[in-house]
Write a protein that binds this ligand. Structure first.
Ligand code: SF4
Ligand code: SF4
Length: 441
């Protein structure tokens, strides 16, 4: 491992651009047999990876080659849905005879982009319950992270994020936006002038989080903003109170087990049993080992938005149980019996097309081409915690002038976290423990 390479990633503040924002210098500080780029983009409506792979093919492959070399991997795979033939063609043209990189075509199922499922598809190795891909010899990165690593090795920090803006907007598109811009401003780019009666989701429709405040900032991990009507099926599902979830479960759970049959993590051998968790929640049973099956849940939503014939929410019940277990200090038992993947794993894949219809998003399943962001932004609010670990510590004060790319928040030596940089040129207007506000001059 080259410490110069890792130092540059630390300096640039690179984190996993999708998901929870795991600091990339930690991930790439390991040695692995394989590197897998997760370009599955299995969440409906998000178009970032497809656009990046076509528009930044050379930079992306340069970044991947660097990661393969630095981690000592024998090969890098780009796992992408086989339906993206134009992207695959473009990648193969540039890869040419390079034997160290291979495009791995995935079927169009959900959740092909759950990194543990991606690893299984590519290598036929099952990451153990509670484990990480490195346990089976590989490192998984997403497309934008690879690009950010490439930029970091050229001394360029992370100041922007690629975001697909779609749903109830006039012109769905993908933009490269300054971190700290508000959701509201981002939506305006796609012709949204009123948010009355609308609800936003940050992320994909399955696992994304509801946007509580449209004036809140986008971060390094924002990959999509999906705007929907407040009375759409998906928003009604996502805004159910826990009380409603539990009441409906008691009335309508028929213990058919479909939630467990289609659970991707159970199929992988992780012993996730949502129907048992529902039974315990409904009848107040104190079946501790049954409850512990919730700990392996990835919260993918396949059970509640696709599998359950009665529209129930085993995912929400699992989350509730996981929170209770975390409070009680109960952790996943990594030494528990390792089960092989189910023989049914290849036959119980959820087709994305059917999923899109089921959650009422068919009319929004359209392209969102990459557009240039050319607006002058007056203000950004940059959170000091956009990643897993400790927040960055502000190193600027009110009144200071900064340029786009200036380091404004630093991780403490040795702690897990990521540096934070100014995304626009301007003056620091506010510094709190949570964020730094910059106004353009
Ligand atoms: S699929 Fe729905 S009804 Fe069937 S066991 Fe699971 S939660 Fe209950
Ligand atoms: S959300 Fe449901 S389907 Fe997904 S891992 Fe958890 S229990 Fe399984």
């Amino acid at each position: 491992m080259n410490s110069e390479f890792i130092n540059r990633i630390i300096e640039a503040g690179v984190v996993g651009a999708g998901g929870a924002g795991f600091p990339t210098h930690v991930k790439l500080g390991a040695q692995a047999e394989y590197v897998i780029v997760n370009a599955a983009e299995c969440e409906p409506l998000i178009r970032v990876d497809q656009e990046l792979l076509v528009h930044f093919t050379n930079d992306f492959l340069e970044g991947l080659t660097r990661i393969i070399q630095e981690t000592g991997a024998v090969k890098g795979f780009i796992a992408i849905k086989e339906k993206h033939q134009d992207v695959i063609k473009r990648l193969n043209e540039v890869i040419g005879n390079d034997q160290s990189i291979e495009v791995f075509p995935l079927k169009d199922f959900y959740p092909a982009g759950d990194e543990q499922i991606t690893v299984y598809e590519v290598l036929k190795r099952a990451v153990p319950r509670g484990g990480i891909p490195l346990n089976v010899g590989c490192i998984v990165c997403n497309v934008e992270t690879v690009l950010n690593v490439n930029r970091a090795s050229q001394g360029k920090p992370v100041t922007t994020t690629f975001v697909t803006i779609t749903g109830e907007v006039n012109a769905p598109a993908t933009y490269c936006l300054p971190i700290g811009m508000s959701y509201r401003k981002a939506l305006e780019l796609c012709g949204v002038d009123t948010l009355d009666g609308k609800v936003g989701i940050d992320g994909g429709p399955m696992m994304g989080k509801l946007i509580i405040d449209f004036d809140a900032p986008i971060t390094k991990t924002t990959k999509a903003i999906i705007l929907l009507d407040i009375d759409s099926l998906l928003i009604r599902e996502k805004t159910k109170t826990m009380e409603q979830v539990l009441k409906q479960s008691r009335i309508a759970c028929i213990q058919c087990q479909k939630c467990t049959d289609l659970c991707p993590r159970d199929l992988l051998g992780h012993h996730v049993k949502p129907h048992i968790v529902m039974r315990i929640a409904n009848y107040g049973l104190s079946d501790f080992s049954g409850m512990k099956t919730a700990l392996g849940c990835s919260e993918c939503g396949a059970c509640e938005l696709y599998a359950c014939p009665n529209g129930l929410s085993p995912r929400r019940v699992n989350i509730m149980i996981k929170q209770e277990m975390a409070k009680a200090g109960v952790k996943i038992d990594k030494n528990a019996e390792i089960r092989p993947p189910s023989e049914m794993i290849d036959y119980r894949k959820i087709p994305v097309k059917r999923l899109i219809e089921r959650i009422g998003l068919k009319k929004y399943d359209v392209k969102a081409p990459l557009e240039k962001f050319e607006q002058h932004l007056e203000k950004v609010v940059i959170p000091l915690k956009q990643h897993l670990g400790a927040p960055a510590i502000a190193i600027v004060e009110n009144g200071m002038t900064v340029s786009a790319g200036t380091l404004i928040g630093k991780i403490e030596n040795g702690s897990l976290g990521a540096n934070v940089h100014a995304s626009i040129t301007g003056v620091i207007k506010a510094v709190t423990k949570e964020s730094i506000t910059i106004e353009a001059q």
